[in-house]
Design a protein around this ligand. Structure first.
Ligand code: ATP
Ligand code: MG
Length: 578
């Protein structure tokens, strides 16, 4: 059978307009220093900084100040917010916090849908030196309680719709002093109106100067593998976020940039707020629920040029079929990137076929605060690979004792500690923090391998790798092969204990529109996989599901599939979508 799709997407930098910031990856990697990178950020004359100043206020001195920072798109209305407005409103919010007794180190939690108050509160909190955190708007009272209790939050900012969930747990949160509520509803004791406080507050605020390693924000991980951890980040993160947004996401002054991640997760903070704002980009914030048609229309209407999204979203668009995309003009798109889950080759080919562009995969974690491994605009893409380490990052594949493994050997994906946006701590859990570091490496918890050209390839989470008949099989390669079958929309693969084989591979599959489950289809899919992968890697068992269990950030929860399969407790489900 002829191979219809490229295994390598070739790049010719001379043809790229505008020209990417790095033209030769190897040379940039060799010549890089973080102290040069620091110069892209504005420090105060006392050597301190504030990430919110860098993201917003520094632009007041240039023409960026009148540029749209956020095109906000509601269900029915839209609004544009300039950098100057964002600076002024976040100053006001900083004053609101100050007058309510918030100071450096206090925790301010933002539990809002994607409305402008979320962005204003986040930046305003950073300006005061308090620690900001965002909570995904779909969280129920239990998920909220875990996070507000663990962090000892002093203020929660919420909306009329979400407030009742805070009310349910408030009596058990002794450290929570004040709830600030957007919109207008009757308020009770220790509750304040966002609008009233804002209109009374001054729009001048002296941004608090922070040491580089002072805490700025904390975010709970996605909960894909277990109970979410409160990862704390510093103001110095912005050095990393600024430069990676520029060099990896290719943000140029004229770009309209859309990061589809919710600000409840790290991508929505590092690359939805801090990195792009520090670069003075115009961003899209869509407050509505996902719909493939709406997304195409946004790209069309706003002439989006740079799009940063996730494999799940891409798969959802693929599921709709190609006709829908043809109704819209998507030719404004220039650069596409993806994060959060392994990017299946099929998704890259879909991009090439339907958008004329390849998605650039990149890898990082809540704990890393910024992108560490990526495909760069200037570099050939090996389809299915996460790319190469960012300049300044030393990444390797090591065994359990930290010894580096040769090319093509699967092992632990590990990083030399000390990059600017590395987590400062896990809140209230030193033991957990310490467990990441061993033998001079940061252990990511992911398994991968590196090829002879230095490209990294994802295998799976350490817990998800399957041992079958003496072979180690990563769920990613099986899932990627499965979704190449025309009927398969999504696949989640687990190892199921088996007396003979140790584990057998079981695949949970949801089908594309127009396909119905049948034994015939199962056999057909199995046959298809046997033709694509080594014999031991085909799923002996297949189960069709309408949908797969996913986190709200779109990651397939294989641990839930496995627990359900084995009849075991499913563990923390606070981040699972409904
Ligand atoms: P938890 O730590 O609570 O289990 P999580 O690991 O999903 O949740 P995040 O920090 O949001 O929380 O996600 C980081 C993880 O996402 C990585 O460790 C990796 O497993 C996966 N990931 C991110 N980007 C990629 C990528 N490009 N390819 C493959 N996997 C990726
Ligand atoms: Mg993790």
């Amino acid at each position: 059978m002829a191979e219809p799709h490229p295994k390598i997407v070739k790049k010719d930098v001379k043809t790229l307009v505008p020209s990417p910031y790095i033209l030769d990856y190897a040379k940039s990697y060799r010549n890089f220093s973080w102290s040069d990178a620091e110069r892209e950020i504005e420090f105060f004359i006392d050597g301190k900084l504030n990430a919110a100043y860098d993201a917003v206020d520094k632009h007041l001195k240039t023409k960026v100040k009148d540029k749209v920072a956020i095109h906000w798109l509601g269900e029915t209305e839209t609004r544009d917010i300039t950098y100057a407005e964002l600076a002024r409103l976040s100053n006001k919010f900083a004053n609101v916090l100050k007058s309510n007794g918030i100071s450096k180190g206090d925790r301010v939690f933002i539990f809002l849908p994607r409305i402008e108050e979320l962005y204003i509160s986040f930046l305003g909190t950073l300006k005061t030196g308090a620690i900001a955190s965002t909570l995904f708007a779909a969280f129920g009272p239990e998920a909220l309680f875990d996070r507000l209790h663990d962090s000892g939050a002093k203020i929660v900012v919420t909306s009329p719709d979400l407030k009742s969930r805070v009310d349910q747990i408030r009596n058990n949160l002794p450290e929570l002093k004040t709830v600030i509520v957007t919109g207008s509803i009757p308020l009770g004791k220790d509750e304040l109106s966002f609008d009233k406080e804002m209109s009374a507050a001054s729009d001048r605020f002296d941004v608090v100067h922070m040491d580089p390693k002072d805490r700025a924000y904390m975010l709970y991980t996605s909960g894909t593998t277990g109970k979410p951890k409160g990862v704390v980040h510093t103001h110095y993160d912005i050095v990393h976020q600024h430069l990676t947004a520029k060099w990896i996401l290719d943000l140029h002054p004229e770009d309209v940039y859309w990061c589809t991640a919710d600000p409840g997760w790290v991508t929505g903070i590092s690359y939805g707020i801090l990195g792009p704002f520090s670069n003075g980009a115009t961003t899209i914030v869509d407050a509505a629920r996902f719909s493939a048609e709406r997304w195409y229309k946004i790209i069309h209407d706003y002439k989006v040029t740079v799009w940063y999204t996730a494999p799940t979203a891409i798969r959802m668009m693929m599921k709709e079929g190609p006709e829908l995309s043809k109704k819209y003009n998507l030719s404004s798109l220039r650069h596409l990137a993806s994060v959060g889950e392994p990017l299946n080759p099929e998704a890259i080919w879909w991009g090439l076929d339907n958008l004329g562009l390849a998605f650039h995969d990149n890898w990082w974690q809540t704990e890393t605060g910024g992108i560490l491994i990526a495909n760069y605009p200037c570099m050939d893409i090996k389809v299915g690979s996460m790319g190469k380490p960012f300049p300044g990052i030393v990444a390797s594949i090591v065994d359990d004792n930290g010894s580096e493994l040769p090319a093509d050997k699967e092992g632990n994906l590990a990083i030399r500690p000390g990059w600017p946006s590395m987590m400062l701590e896990i809140w209230n859990n030193k033991e957990k923090y310490d467990s990441y570091f061993k033998d001079g490496w940061y252990f990511s918890g992911d398994r991968a391998w590196k090829d002879a050209d230095g490209y990294f390839w994802f295998v799976g989470r350490a817990d998800d790798v399957i041992k079958t008949a003496g072979h180690r099989v990563g769920p990613f390669e099986v899932e990627s092969a499965l979704i190449e079958h025309p009927a398969v929309a999504e696949a989640g693969v687990i190892g199921k204990p088996d007396e003979l084989y140790g584990e057998i591979i079981k695949a949970f599959i949801s089908l594309k529109k127009g396909y119905v489950p049948s034994d015939q289809l199962k056999e057909d899919i199995q046959k298809f996989i046997k033709g694509h992968l080594a014999g031991h890697a085909y799923p002996k068992e297949i189960e069709f599901r309408d949908t797969l269990p996913k986190t709200r950030s779109g990651k397939i929860m294989r641990r839930v599939l496995k627990a359900q399969e084995l009849g075991l407790p499913v563990g923390d489900l606070s981040t699972m979508e409904d």
